[in-house]
Structures are given as structure tokens and as C-alpha cells.
Design a protein around this ligand. Structure first.
Ligand code: HEC
Ligand code: HEC
Ligand code: HEC
Length: 115
């Protein structure tokens, strides 16, 4: 009995260790992009919600996720060099690019994201 219990303990530990890191449930993107002087309300990105809708590798350069995001238009690493005004890189190359492609209803409505 003791041996079985020990085995179960070892196995469940392994499961926790090998479970993929899905990242935070919600992410404050003004912090991710190091942009504190937002004129709009900083975006709280519903990460867990998107994981139920699209594949990891549609947004990340690797299926494991992580820091390197994908430019939806080019498929290369997303580089955010312009983050002012509405024609900023995050809208054009990431959020809006996918929302438009997938015809997400009110996917470019300001207060859906800036709230
Ligand atoms: C709709 C786009 C999208 C999808 C789908 C998505 N992610 Fe993310 N993920 C992001 C964004 C945006 C960030 C924030 C990146 C940052 O903070 O630099 C992030 C951050 C992460 C992080 C934290 C990175 C860090 O070091 O701070 C992990 C881990 C992660 N995602 C894993 C996953 C996994 C695993 C999946 C699939 C199950 C997934 N993501 C699906 C957009 C997405
Ligand atoms: C690769 C595709 C993809 C990318 C990139 C993406 N989204 Fe989405 N997003 C979706 C899809 C698909 C839906 C709609 C899902 C549905 O309604 O079934 C959605 C819906 C949403 C919603 C509505 C959630 C709700 O409760 O109805 C918000 C908010 C949102 N996205 C924010 C963002 C932000 C912010 C970014 C950029 C950081 C982003 N998304 C990038 C695919 C994407
Ligand atoms: C799909 C999600 C999404 C929608 C819809 C959206 N934005 Fe954004 N926006 C972002 C993200 C993500 C950032 C970068 C992170 C942040 O500023 O919090 C950003 C950044 C910005 C910035 C630069 C930073 C700042 O606050 O000054 C402006 C300006 C902006 N958005 C205006 C708008 C306007 C105007 C609309 C409506 C026409 C809009 N956004 C709709 C996701 C969205």
C-alpha cells in the first residue's frame, strides 16, 4: 500500500512538472510592451479565453508559447516599434489583423479591449 501511494505521489508530481505552461489567464499588455503612458485604458488581454479559440502557434512563434509573439500578417516575430495612435503595430500586425481575418464580431471596437 505504501509503495502504491508513493508511486501515485511521484506520478502526480511528474504530471505537474510536465504540464505545459499556459501562461497567465489575463495579461496587462501595456506592461508587456513596456508602455506606461497610455492615452486609452490599458488592455487586459483575455489569454485563457483565446486559448480556447485559437492555436498557441497562431500567436506565438512556438507552440509552447513564451515571449516571442507572431506577426499575424508576415508570420515573423512581432516587433513593436510604433505604439502611438490607432495605426500602431499591435493593432495592425497582431490583434486587429487576426480579428479582421477571422471576422470577429466588433473585433476592432475600442471599448472591447480598452476597458
Ligand atoms: C490570441 C493570441 C494568443 C494565443 C492563442 C496564445 N497566447 Fe500565450 N500569450 C499571448 C500574449 C499576447 C502574451 C503576452 C506576451 C508578453 O507578455 O510579452 C502571451 C504570453 C504567454 C506566456 C507567458 C510568456 C512570458 O514569459 O511572460 C506563456 C507561457 C504563453 N503565452 C503560453 C501559451 C500557450 C501554451 C498557448 C496555447 C495553449 C498560448 N499561449 C496561446 C497571446 C496568445
Ligand atoms: C490569432 C487570432 C487572434 C489574435 C492574434 C487576437 N485575437 Fe482576440 N479574439 C480572437 C477570436 C477568434 C475571438 C472571438 C472568439 C469568439 O467570439 O468566439 C477573439 C475575441 C476577443 C475579445 C472578445 C472577448 C469576449 O469576451 O467576447 C477580446 C477582448 C479580444 N479578442 C482581445 C484581443 C487582444 C487585445 C488581442 C491582441 C493583444 C487579440 N485579441 C488578438 C482571435 C484573436
Ligand atoms: C482587439 C483589441 C483592441 C481593440 C479593438 C482596440 N485596441 Fe487599441 N490597443 C490594443 C493593444 C493590445 C494595445 C497595446 C497595449 C496597451 O496600450 O494597453 C493598444 C494600444 C492603443 C493605443 C496606443 C497606446 C495608448 O493608449 O495611447 C491607442 C492610441 C489605441 N490603442 C487606440 C485605440 C482606438 C481608438 C481603438 C478603436 C478604434 C482601439 N484602440 C481598439 C488593443 C486594441
Amino acid at each position: 500500500m505504501k509503495k502504491i501511494l508513493a508511486l501515485i505521489a511521484v506520478l502526480s508530481f511528474a504530471l505537474v512538472v510536465f504540464a505545459a505552461d499556459k501562461g497567465p489567464e489575463t495579461i496587462d499588455l501595456s506592461k508587456s510592451f513596456n508602455y506606461e503612458k497610455t492615452t486609452k485604458k490599458p488592455v487586459m488581454f483575455p489569454h485563457a479565453f483565446h486559448q480556447t479559440k485559437v492555436e498557441c502557434a497562431e500567436c506565438h512563434m512556438s507552440a509552447e508559447g513564451g515571449k516571442e509573439l507572431k506577426n499575424i500578417n508576415t508570420g515573423d516575430i512581432l516587433k513593436v516599434t510604433k505604439l502611438v495612435g490607432t495605426a500602431n503595430d499591435v493593432h495592425k500586425e497582431f490583434c486587429w489583423a487576426c480579428h479582421k481575418a477571422k471576422k470577429v464580431k466588433s473585433g476592432t471596437s475600442c471599448n472591447k479591449c480598452h476597458k
